[in-house]
Design a protein around this ligand. Structure first.
Ligand code: ADE
Length: 264
């Protein structure tokens, strides 16, 4: 095992914040730089940015795309940076019919939609763990959802007018993850059939939730809906990611971290 990194945060254990892609983090690292300065450590080919943002000591990093990338990164946050809890922010494809582009989903549970060791184990079950669904931390998810509701109440109408989306709704429930970008009507219909309570699909959340479960670290996941995982998904994803995702992320994280700081 490699030596632990010197990540001292003046006593307080930091919050780990991660996203897959830079656009999904918005201006978080710049905000940290302005507030406290940033110390950047490179570990396992990733940059970890340490500092205080919106009053909360944080380690901010990019997981990159997919379950392995996410599991590797969150494992480093836990073991090398001793984070107290983990929050993942980013975009997802809407799966349930009423989850539309511009909406926000806060996970209450997460599962891998593409894990299938049947007939040896039930479809969707993580072999030898005996579980398919991993719960987000209830208190953390509650605070994240409250930040989303506050954002929608304060800026939802203006956001919708600016971006030509409908006024955002906040949903809470199951997010499913897999190593596929889901981009056809047939594929999203198959997901709906197999997992009727799935709200949204992405490529990292369930891996984060599993690792956090195994190490006893609280986690929460928030996703803004960039597409509806159908044939229009690639175009919708790219324009949402480049034009809108950062605005949502900034607005939600500012409220969440501000409240976290006051609460903690
Ligand atoms: N992230 C955003 N949209 C997605 C989709 N359609 N499939 C998988 N991950 C996504």
């Amino acid at each position: 095992m490699s030596a632990p990194l010197n990540t001292s945060h003046a006593g307080a254990r930091p919050l780990g914040i991660l996203a897959a892609l830079p656009q999904e983090l918005g201006d978080l690292i710049e905000a940290m730089r302005a507030e406290s300065g940033v110390r950047t450590l490179t570990h396992g080919r990733r940059d970890y940015h340490l500092g205080t943002v919106h009053g909360t000591p944080c380690v901010v990093t990019l997981a990159r795309v997919g379950k392995v990338a996410a599991a590797t990164t969150v494992s480093a946050l836990i073991h090398a940076f001793d984070v107290e809890a983990v929050v993942f922010t980013g975009v997802a494809g809407g799966v349930r019919g009423d989850v539309q582009v511009g909406d926000i989903v806060v996970a209450s549970t997460l599962m891998q939609h593409d894990i299938d060791a049947s007939p040896l184990f039930p479809r969707f079950e993580v072999p030898l763990l005996g579980m398919s669904r991993f719960a987000a931390d209830a208190a953390l998810a509650e605070r994240l959802a409250a930040a989303c509701e506050q954002f929608v109440a304060e800026e939802g109408a203006a956001c919708a007018a600016r971006f030509g989306t409908r006024e955002p709704r906040v949903h809470r429930g199951l997010i499913v993850s897999g190593d596929q970008f889901v981009a056809s009507a047939a594929a999203v219909a198959a997901l709906r059939d197999a997992l009727p309570d799935a709200l949204a699909v992405e490529m990292e959340g369930a891996a984060i939730a599993q690792v956090c479960y195994e190490y006893g670290v609280p986690c929460a996941v928030v996703r803004t809906i960039s597409d509806t995982a159908d044939d229009h998904a690639p175009g919708s994803f790219v324009s949402f990611l480049t034009g809108i995702a950062g605005t949502y992320s900034n607005a939600i994280l500012a409220r969440f971290l501000g409240a976290q700081h006051t609460a903690g």
